[in-house]
Design a protein around this ligand. Structure first.
Ligand SMILES: [Zn+2]
Length: 310
């Protein structure tokens, strides 16, 4: 009895669910459903419970066999509470309590931020997990998660690990989504990368197709020594390296894990980040390795499952 747990990753568009064995945390099945758009403070949890029910039936399980559910959500979370979640139209809410409304009372519910739990998922999926790890998720937005002394970092209000909004020395008049200027995300987010590519292409020759821009096309061009592609990729790598050097002296991590869509650029990106990181690094932080994330878009459900078990 109660030999199974769920890891669930709630996003603005989709909700991913994973059924895991409780003892080994082996992933048995993962599915994805659309995030409902109406009355989200209730409907999201209702849909999750329904989907759990169908997965249970498929595996001849009952809710009695389920120990708990870990939830990863796209907003700052402190002790299971969210203050505001623009991605999901949630206001102040006890997330675990709302989820529990749709589940039998014996099922434990634990909640934290998605990027933070992704860090836990990535780190714990390593052959030898570290006690201190920092994850960068490079995509449309730039996010991150911090594991310190084996624990996730939520911080005082749940903002812990918001790496994308670290100020970096970058002159811009544009306002970031957070309301400030000069955030890491304004150099390393997909939107910023596209904008910079188009800007440079006004004065430099490039083989990049500006009509159908993709991060992959820009990184591929850089690998082929395209001057615009190279310039953009170097700027992105330098900004990440700069931010990592600050995190390194403050948090003393044992590893930096690079994930998210942009990390598909692979070792090429990691090598460039390391190259820029070295001159910034203080004390022994120069020896902290950068590695590529491996779990892809399952980091959230894996992290949520691991967090529940902790
Ligand atoms: Zn910002």
């Amino acid at each position: 009895m109660k030999h199974y747990i769920y890891g669930v990753d709630i996003g603005g568009t989709n909700i991913k669910l994973g059924l895991f064995k409780e003892d080994t945390l082996e992933l048995i099945e993962s599915t994805e459903i659309k995030t409902p758009t109406e009355r989200q403070e209730i409907s999201i949890f209702e849909h999750i419970a329904q989907e759990m029910n169908s997965i249970n039936q498929k595996h001849q399980l009952k809710f009695d066999d389920i120990m708990g559910i870990g939830l990863a959500v796209p907003c700052p979370v402190k002790n299971g509470f969210v203050q505001k979640c623009p991605n999901l139209n949630w206001k102040t809410m006890d997330i675990a309590k709302n989820m529990s409304l749709f589940l039998p009372p014996h099922i434990t519910v634990k909640v934290s931020n998605d990027a933070t739990l992704a860090a836990l998922g990535e780190n714990n999926s390593l052959e030898r997990p570290f006690q201190n790890a920092i994850l960068y998720t490079l995509g449309t937005g730039v996010g991150g998660g911090v594991i310190i002394d084996g624990q996730i970092l939520e911080g005082g209000t749940g903002l812990g690990g918001e790496i994308g909004h670290m100020p970096i020395p970058y002159e811009t008049d544009e306002i970031c989504g957070c309301g400030s200027k000069g955030c890491l995300e304004q150099v390393c987010g997909t939107k910023a990368i596209f904008k910079r590519t188009k800007e440079l292409a006004k004065t430099e020759h490039t083989t990049i197709n500006l009509e159908h821009l993709s991060v992959k096309s820009i990184f591929d061009a850089a690998k082929d020594n395209d001057p615009v592609g190279l310039q953009v990729v170097h700027e992105v790598s330098k900004a990440i390296a700069y931010s990592a050097s600050i995190l390194a002296v403050v948090l003393d991590p044992e590893v930096f894990i690079i994930g998210g869509g942009i990390s598909k650029a692979g070792q090429f990106l990691v090598d460039l980040i390391e190259q820029y990181y070295q001159p910034y690094a203080r004390f022994q932080t120069g020896s902290v390795p950068f590695i590529l994330a491996k779990t892809g878009n399952q980091a959230g459900i894996i992290g949520a499952a691991h967090y529940l078990k902790k």
